[in-house]
Design a protein around this ligand. Structure first.
Ligand code: ZN
Length: 220
């Protein structure tokens, strides 16, 4: 099935009972996300594909991961590797050990998370390889309303920066750094980080240390 409005084209299986909720949430929340990036409109309609089988999703994902020298992991349920929003259907997420308790709200947030990546790419334009995956994930987790609080930082900055896919607690670390950044810095400064990679390079280690100190004090 296909649903289209002025901003999205959504492909889904007609059996998907969650589609109405997902569309309404996306239509409402996507506006706030665009506003954060100061995007008045997107350069194109964004395609959202909801995959009805784990097999179908892997078939899409694995070749794209391989192109980038990455490997598939069971916890992968959404991506924007082809500049579309690709998401595994909720009933399929439930078959995965990593997402067996995934709720409909979590599913909507996963779609918004991927939409943040799309907006981030849009505001960067063509040249979007800033080399800070943690920064993209910091924005995506926080602006989509995902919550990784209650976890702690267990990797080093070097691991996070140069080997994100294998860093321990990587999404939680990115989330905490993003949360600290959003709570303590002006939005204009954060938008500056998006465009000024030199500034991001300089700021990132400092943010890591500040976040780590703040949250280790908090949990003691
Ligand atoms: Zn992400």
């Amino acid at each position: 099935m296909r649903y289209e409005n002025d901003q999205f084209i959504i492909y889904y299986n007609s059996n998907d009972v969650n589609i109405r909720y997902l569309i309404i949430t996306l239509e409402q929340k996507s506006k706030d996300i665009m506003e954060f990036f100061e995007l008045k409109r997107l350069s194109r309609k964004i395609v959202v594909k909801i995959y009805d089988s784990i097999h179908g999703y892997k078939e899409h994902l694995m070749p794209l991961l391989e192109q980038n020298g990455n490997t598939y992991h069971e916890w992968m349920i959404g991506d924007t590797l082809d500049d579309n929003i690709n998401i595994l259907a909720l009933k399929e997420c439930h078959k995965l050990e990593s997402h067996k308790n995934h709720t409909l709200e979590d599913q909507a947030k996963s779609i918004l998370h991927e939409f943040v990546h799309i907006c981030h790419h849009e505001s960067l334009g063509e040249n979007n390889s800033h080399g800070h995956i943690w920064f993209s994930e910091a924005l995506a987790t926080n602006l989509s309303g995902q919550d990784y609080s209650g976890t702690s930082i267990t990797c080093t900055y070097e691991e996070l920066k140069s080997n994100f896919p294998n860093a321990s607690n990587k999404y939680a670390t990115a989330f905490l750094m993003g949360k600290y950044m959003l709570e303590n810095y002006e939005r204009s400064f954060i938008l500056n980080l998006i465009h000024n990679w030199q500034l991001l390079n300089e700021f990132a280690p400092e943010l890591f240390e500040k976040t780590k100190a703040y949250y280790s004090k908090k949990t003691k």
